[in-house]
Ligand binder design. Structure first.
Ligand code: PMT
Length: 482
């Protein structure tokens, strides 16, 4: 039934079932009823139509088909790479056009072994681009323009080779150059032999791309065209369309249906990175925080459908796709940004905020003097975690971190009580282990009113995923673990 399929797309566009239920004020059974009956009460339709309109789409009252609002047809740049699943790129292009997307397409040399540019071009009614050095194309549309014109770059199927090229920033053909030159969200639908998918090289490339904010529609299990069985089949076309619509609407990073909506409708405030406290116009007090842990938490929350305000000190990491980024420099600025971001359902303070600032910071550059180094008086900075924990508009769940060099659990317990937060993730700062500040891995102990939970050493993304899941559980069962 057309209505049911359109409804699925609408749900994806609006952030998943739980987000839609929250908007409509109904439970899961009502939502299934609407689908089963192929109709929606008028008041509920109005709510959904308004939400879709805000995302740039118009909703047909009879079929629930989505059409872009006038002047808002999103441009999807579809890149088809080599593999037996390349033929599904044709169906995918058609389905995306059904949803009102404007298609531009590029095929790699490998893809052309499986389907011809002519067949794709006939479908989308536009030239299909294949060659970086085609001067005619440069005259019509240079590759930079092609990259910049896209609202979403979708690579489907994405071969192991192409993922490796993206992971290492290679730009040796039109498709890889476009991916590098585009600032649009990048969504990959990998497809390959199961052994290739499971190989350590592909795993590493996959994880690296995820960490950079690339979105993925994970491949499916089943029989492969090559005769083997396992994980590696291209995801179903409707799933890729759903993911593309969600990505166009600023949705999640990894498309895993069970997880996508667990924080939908929630506003989460995350602090991340160091603060810089000026000594004079050119010098400052800082620390070694890279922002990796805080940014990973923000990304994991976005992937679960949350609206995330990421308040970040100076870091060199890009902000994860879909967050609202507030860049600050000092603890005072971070405090003000955190207050301004309230109300929030959850606050996670992962930033390494300087405890002190220089009271008499100089306005120019301090000069070396014969009398010795200048005197500096330090004064205490505001404590953001403690302020949020004791705020009149306190978030329902407040989570802090504790970076300790010794007696980790005892110190973290003292911090939990002193600051008044609900959970503390305590991490041991031990330089010789190469963990924590600036590192890719971390090892934490979750301290709350319950017995301490010791989490294994893992990369910061995995810690962020586990934390986001536990936060979602905790909000769903407010009496649990706080
Ligand atoms: O950024 P990465 O390189 O990935 O490293 C991650 C991290 C080590 C920075 C992170 O895991 C971490 O431990 N962050 C907190 C570091 C810290 O400053 O800990 P603390 O024990 O000094 O502070 C305790 C808590 O109070 C923290 O939640 C901190 O954000 C908060 N705080 C501290 C001082 C202050 N003035 N305001 C605060 O909000």
């Amino acid at each position: 039934m057309r209505f049911a399929r359109n409804f699925e797309h609408l749900i994806a566009l609006l952030g998943g079932s739980e987000a839609v239920q929250a908007r409509l004020g109904v439970g899961p059974s009502a939502l299934s009823n609407y689908k089963a009956r192929a109709s929606l009460p008028a008041t509920k339709f109005d709510l959904l139509a308004e939400a879709a309109r805000q995302a740039g789409w118009q909703l047909d009252p009879d079929t629930l088909a989505l059409a872009p609002l006038a002047g808002m047809r999103p441009v999807v740049l579809l890149i088809v790479t080599g593999g037996i699943a390349a033929y599904k790129g044709l169906d995918l292009a058609r389905r995306l056009m059904d949803q009102g997307c404007q298609l531009r397409a590029v095929m790699t040399r490998g893809a052309q072994q499986f389907i011809t540019p002519l067949s794709l071009s006939a479908l989308i009614g536009e030239k299909v681009y294949t060659d970086l050095f085609d001067l005619t194309d440069e005259a019509e549309m240079g590759h930079i323009n092609l990259a910049r014109s896209a609202d979403l770059v979708l690579v489907a199927p994405a071969s192991a080779h192409f993922m490796a090229k993206l992971a290492h920033g290679l730009a040796d053909d039109l498709a890889s150059t476009l991916c590098l030159a585009s600032e649009a969200p990048l969504l990959l639908a990998p497809a390959m032999n199961p052994v290739m998918w499971a190989s350590q090289a592909t795993r590493d490339n996959h994880d690296l791309l995820i960490r950079r904010g690339v979105q993925m529609v994970q491949p499916a299990d089943g029989d492969m065209a090559c005769g083997e069985t396992g994980t590696g089949r291209l995801a179903e076309v409707p799933d890729i369309v759903r993911a593309a619509l969600a990505a166009l609407a600023g949705g999640g990073r990894i498309i895993q249906p069970a997880k996508t909506a667990s924080l939908a409708g929630r506003h989460i405030l995350v602090t991340s990175g160091p603060t810089h406290e000026p000594i004079d116009q050119v010098r400052y007090i800082a620390n070694r925080s890279s922002g990796r842990q805080g940014h990973a938490i923000a990304a994991a929350c976005v992937a679960r459908g949350a609206q995330v305000t990421l308040i970040s000190g100076p870091v060199s990491l890009p902000a994860p796709h879909g967050v609202r980024l507030v860049q600050v420099e000092t603890a005072d600025e971070m405090m003000a940004a955190a207050e301004a971001a309230l109300p929030a359902d959850i606050a996670v303070c992962a930033a390494a905020v300087a405890d002190w600032r220089v009271e008499n910071a100089a306005s120019g550059k301090l000069k070396k003097q014969a009398g010795g180094p200048p005197e500096m008086r330090l004064v205490e900075n505001p404590d953001i975690l403690a302020s949020l924990s004791n705020h009149p508009r306190r978030p329902q769940l407040v989570v802090g971190f504790a970076a300790e060099t010794d007696t980790l659990i005892d110190h973290a317990r003292v911090k939990l009580a002193k600051k008044g937060c609900d959970w503390i993730l305590a991490n041991q700062v031990a330089q010789e282990q190469g963990l924590v500040f600036g590192a890719e891995h971390n090892q934490v102990v979750l301290i709350s009113n319950a017995p301490p939970e010791i989490w294994p050493e893992q990369d910061k993304q995995a810690i962020a995923e586990r934390l986001a899941d536990q936060m979602a559980d905790s909000l769903a069962r407010p009496d649990a673990a706080q």
